[in-house]
Design a binder for this molecule. Structure first.
Ligand code: ATP
Ligand code: MG
Length: 404
């Protein structure tokens, strides 16, 4: 690995720690990515210096974290380099009976670099780059696994998944992101322990889900999670099926094109198939019924993940937009809907749906044209005044004099 691949500020931090007599390693995902010739998202540093010692060395350093004390060294407005003191996994007999109260001490045991490598999740995530001699330190066989392009858990997958069930999702994530094969023990481990993912904090699962789509692997990971029985306990009892997985593929590609992950769209996509099924079961249900179905589908999920009302509302509007599109033009309220600022976004979802399901392609075209005509009309304000704002107030009728 060449130092040229490293970011200048990261090198500065590594060198200053080293010059002051501390061990200083580049650790975790950045070493893995550099060895694979990929661009790391961020650079993390491991050291034997305590957080206080790190703070004394850097003026631009802030200590953060309650459970693990970490040093953040800041450069400019945007760059943060995380410097963590080597830690070790606590032994089971070190846990006090009342873990809650003492968790901070238990989790924050400093350790040797070797111990720090063994507390990590996968062998390819536990490689260190030593700034003292520019060598790679490999305590866990990560180099061989990188070479063989396989993901392997450090230790027994069953035990490590029980310690932290989110590692099961991380396994699927890294395998999809890097194109690495999953060791059979990981697959067996996930199948055996899938249920315990339901014990992970919903906020963490939600963030992970967004992360998967940010990395462009949400569709793949959710499909594989379904195959391994992990999806249902992961998403509060959610049942996936083929059309939805195909829709997620289209959505994933859409997020990649636009460069942003739209959570309301993702939420609506997860429930669109079922929503349509509910609505189609009834011959053209009125809008109020459709609203009811949308609420019924979204509410348990939104409550479980504590999603904001605004987000739930947006997802509901997207579902209802798709409902309107599926009914075709000429229905009551369609003209007003064309002026709804959310209509283009709903049409995008409807379009992705049509690609995934092979249905409604003609309707997508018709609505596109209708929206296009609306936009053109909006460009000529004189010919198409906005009636809502231009409408004159009605003349008041003279008050009736009560009959005497
Ligand atoms: P990326 O940031 O590109 O998604 P990463 O490997 O840097 O990948 P992070 O989530 O940033 O992943 O975590 C940094 C490092 O911390 C990992 O490489 C791994 O060594 C360790 N780590 C993260 N999460 C866990 C976990 N749940 N269990 C054990 N070790 C973990
Ligand atoms: Mg990282």
């Amino acid at each position: 690995m060449s130092r040229k691949q490293l970011d200048q500020n990261t090198l500065k931090v590594l060198y200053r720690l080293h010059r002051n007599g501390h061990q200083a390693y580049l650790v975790g995902g950045s070493v893995r990515d550099l060895l694979l010739g990929r661009k790391p998202k961020d650079f993390d540093i491991g050291t034997d210096a305590t957080p206080q010692q790190v703070k004394r060395l850097f003026r631009n350093c802030f200590l953060v974290g309650r459970r693990f004390r970490l040093a953040h060294v800041r450069f400019g407005r945007d760059q943060v380099i995380e410097v963590a003191t080597f830690r070790r996994q606590p032994h089971p007999d070190e846990f006090p009976e009342d873990v809650g109260e003492h968790a901070f001490f238990v989790q924050n045991q400093f350790g040797t670099p070797r111990e720090d490598a063994f507390r990590r999740d996968f062998t390819i995530n536990a490689l260190f780059y030593n700034i003292a001699d520019f060598s790679i330190v490999d305590h866990v066989g990560g180099l061989a696994d990188l070479e063989a392009r396989r993901l392997r858990v450090i230790g027994d997958p069953l035990v490590r998944f029980e310690e932290d069930p989110v590692r099961m999702v991380r396994a699927l994530e890294f395998s999809a992101r890097l194109g690495f094969s999953l060791d059979q023990t990981i697959l067996d481990g996930i199948t055996a322990r899938a249920e315990i993912i339901a014990t992970a904090a919903p906020a963490r699962v939600r963030e992970k889900l967004m992360d998967l789509f940010r990395h462009g692997v949400g569709d793949k990971v959710l499909r594989q999670a379904q195959e391994l029985g992990l999806l249902k306990p992961l998403l509060a009892g959610y049942e996936g099926e083929e059309t939805t997985f195909r829709l997620l593929e289209e959505l994933n590609a859409h997020f990649r094109r636009t460069g942003t992950v739209d959570e309301a769209m993702l939420l609506a996509a997860l429930f669109l198939k079922r929503f349509r099924h509910e609505c189609m079961g009834h011959a053209a249900p009125p809008m109020s019924e459709a609203m009811h179905y949308a609420g019924q589908l979204l509410t348990p999920h939104c409550t479980y993940f504590k999603l904001a009302h605004g987000l739930r509302h947006q997802a509901k509007e997207l579902l209802l937009g798709c409902f309107r599109f599926a009914r075709g033009l000429g229905q009551r309220g369609h003209k007003r809907f064309l002026h709804n600022p959310d209509a283009p976004r709903a049409l995008e979802l409807f379009h992705l749906w049509s690609l995934a399901s092979g249905e409604d392609q003609q309707l997508v075209k018709t609505w596109r044209e209708a929206l296009h005509t609306r936009d053109q009309a909006a460009d000529k304000p004189a010919s198409q005044p906005n009636r809502r704002t231009r409408r004159r107030p009605r003349k008041r009728r003279p008050a009736r004099t009560p009959e005497v």
